[in-house]
Design a protein around this ligand. Structure first.
Ligand code: MIC
Ligand code: SF4
Length: 642
């Protein structure tokens, strides 16, 4: 067996490990972050369970830390109190980015982790099977419920050789994205194997696993070996180590080879993470802003390399350099060993350990800017400045670029970039608040500020579903298009009615008003609809606006699950050519849909009343998903079941 199959079979609750069929697995750990967490905890509360039934559940506060009004702080208080009551550890603002902290302090090789954030696979760097999901799926897992997923194919990514000077783990994953594209990992787990794995530290593996999310992969995983043991020992948790790897004769559905020695520094150009070219090909474009940080690249070793490059130098006069170390642990260590002073000395602007600019929470670049960043997504508008272009690179490329003012290949540096892992990391978990003991739940009152509004619930499926095509979209529409998030909108993640007025506005500014005027309708989209974030808001907000169905060429995994969980129909074209036959404004109907879904049909007639045409659309559903669709969502379905 390969490693993925081993962990899946250890946790299998139903189904068989046949790719493409539904399986369900037991979840050992969960994580939430604040921008998806408020909704997840409201849903958890709605399930009426006193205490989480996982081995460990952690609620992080790391996204909404700008606090430009009362909203974020209210949400923090809600999360901290609800966590304390229900058996969940709460990582307070300032403790760091969920994935970085989880890797340092909580991840355990061989366990399963479900997180309400699409970059949860970061802990795959430790040999965990770590999967991103919508908040409702995480709420169910916290309650001890199974997590259902389509059994993935397993791709063996065989690494050989060793990274040359100036080439980083980030360049490995950018190379995978260059080859496979943002759709290339759909339905697959990327399992890293081969001799080259041994040359990569745990934080480097985590960078690669993290950005596997941009491939659309279910997750990415590395073996747990002596390097993993050393990392856990340095985190004073060697007891959590178990050696894990694939069997020598393990079989993979596909294998791809990467010779680490042959890689060069790469860059993903605006506005997609797979728009990858070499730094050399991209050329010395003039740069206005550099951001170093995010869950992809903010480990201690990343930051130390940056400090070394900056030491004794000055940031280019036309560049604003912003650095956000990934965790309190990292920032404290930089402060103690003087690296922070080197960064400050060079003119870097230091941010608290949080997501920050990665999700547009501050530091939006100027109009038309070129912003070079170490994070994982460069989707249109995500920085908060729609006219800016975001270029994704390694820490080394970002740091030297900040000095030269133009995109620069770090192989031109001539300083030692070899940073060994420290013998021991600085351990201080005083910003992690433990829950009350079992049985004490009633001693905690959950605090709800005025920003917390009830979430919309789906309605039972009517016999016919009909509506106007409100919008026709191209391929690769992201959740940042559907439910945009920046410093102005993130504070309203617990306020769906407010967010609804921004739904799909990066595609068409008139969409929310038109959807409201039409009383809802149907969306038409190309391939990989809903890629990116796990935010359930990309389903809740259209639900609030009355969207009943999305007809697409294909869907991204987490978004498709979020649609079903909220009772919105995810339909695909049987013949993709039919996509071209539908126009915005067309009136569509799915006649007798409910009885057909009830009797298990998977193919349906979609009638275009405007053009007098019929198309075949598909919606293969498992029994559980059928229940969700018929009842108008997972919560209704679970309640009916109870
Ligand atoms: C992101 O990177 O897009 C986010 C913000 O972390 C999201 C979660 C969210 O939208 O709240 C994610 O990756 O799932
Ligand atoms: Fe935070 Fe950015 Fe990572 Fe999302 S991708 S968890 S916003 S740092």
């Amino acid at each position: 067996m390969n490693l993925t199959q081993k962990i899946l079979s250890d946790h299998l609750l139903s189904g068989e490990l046949t790719p493409g069929t539904e399986i369900s697995i037991r979840i050992d750990q969960t994580l939430t972050q604040d921008s998806t967490g408020t909704m997840a905890y409201l849903q958890f509360e709605a399930m009426g369970i006193d205490r989480v039934r996982t081995k460990k559940s952690v609620a992080y506060i790391d996204h909404n830390t700008l606090q430009t009004g009362f909203e974020n702080a209210d949400d923090h208080q809600f999360i901290q109190s609800v966590a304390k009551k229900h058996g969940i550890y709460c990582s307070k603002p300032g403790n760091g980015i969920c994935h970085q902290v989880h890797l340092e302090r909580f991840g355990v090789p061989g366990m399963t982790l479900l997180g309400s954030d699409s970059h949860t696979p970061t802990c795959g760097g430790l040999g965990m099977l770590a999967i991103g999901a919508g908040g409702l799926d995480v709420a169910v897992a916290m309650g001890g419920g199974a997590y259902y997923l389509s059994c993935p194919k397993v791709v063996g990514v065989e690494l050989t050789g060793r990274l040359p000077y100036g080439v980083a783990a980030k360049d490995v994953i950018l190379e995978v994205l260059r080859r496979l594209t943002v759709k290339g990992g759909m339905g697959k787990v990327m399992e890293y194997i081969g001799e080259g794995v041994k040359t990569l530290s745990v934080p480097e593996r985590a960078t690669i696993a993290n950005m596997g999310a941009e491939l659309g992969a279910t997750t990415s995983i590395f073996p747990a070996d002596e390097i993993t043991r050393d990392f856990l020992r340095a985190q004073q948790r060697e007891r959590d180590f178990t050696p894990l790897c694939a069997d020598a004769d393990a079989v993979y559905d596909e294998v791809i080879h990467i010779d680490l020695s042959a890689l060069v520094p790469l860059v993903a150009r605006p506005h997609m993470p797979d728009e990858v070219v070499t730094v050399e090909e991209c050329g010395p474009i003039k740069v206005d802003q550099v951001f170093i940080g995010s869950c992809t690249n903010s480990s201690y070793t990343d930051m130390m390399r940056v400090a070394r490059i900056l030491k004794g130098k000055t940031v280019h006069p036309d560049v604003s350099l912003v650095i956000g170390p990934g965790s309190k642990q990292v920032l404290t260590m930089l402060a103690r060993n003087g690296a922070l002073a080197d960064m400050l000395g060079a003119g870097a602007r230091i941010l608290e350990s949080a997501c920050g600019p990665c999700i547009g929470m501050g530091q939006s670049p100027k109009s038309g800017a070129v912003s070079v960043r170490t994070n994982n997504r460069n989707f249109y508008g995500r920085s908060g400045t729609r006219s800016a272009g975001i270029y994704l690179v390694s820490c080394e490329t970002a740091a030297i670029t900040a000095l030269t003012g133009v995109l620069t290949d770090p192989r031109s540096l001539n300083i030692d970039l070899d940073i060994p892992q420290p013998e021991t990391f600085e351990i201080n978990d005083n910003l992690v608040i433990p829950p009350v003991a079992a049985g004490q739940e009633n001693t905690v009152d959950v605090v709800r500020g005025p920003n917390i509004k009830p979430f919309p619930m789906g309605r039972t499926l009517p016999d016919d579903v009909s509506g106007q095509v409100l919008l026709k979209m191209e391929d690769n529409i992201t959740t940042d298009h559907i439910a945009p998030s920046d410093a102005k909108l993130l504070p309203f993640r617990s306020n769906v009615p407010y967010l609804a007025d921004f739904c799909l506005t990066p595609v068409d500014a008139t969409f929310p008003a038109r959807a409201k005027a039409a009383g809802g309708g149907i969306l038409v989209a190309g391939a990989n609809y809903g890629q990116g974030s796990s935010r359930e808001h990309a389903a809740l907000v259209p639900l609030y606006l009355g969207v009943r169905a999305v007809v697409a060429k294909s869907f991204a995994r987490i978004h498709q699950a979020n649609l079903i969980n909220n009772g919105i129909l995810p339909l695909t074209f049987a013949d993709e050519a039919d996509y071209d036959r539908i126009a915005p404004g067309d009136e569509l109907i799915l006649p007798a849909l409910r009885p057909l879904v009830e009797c298990g049909s998977e193919a349906f007639i979609l009638r275009n009343l405007t053009r007098q045409e019929d198309y075949t659309v598909l919606m293969p559903l498992t029994d559980r998903q059928r229940g969700c669709i018929l009842c108008g969502g997972l919560l209704n379905y679970t309640r009916e079941g109870l």
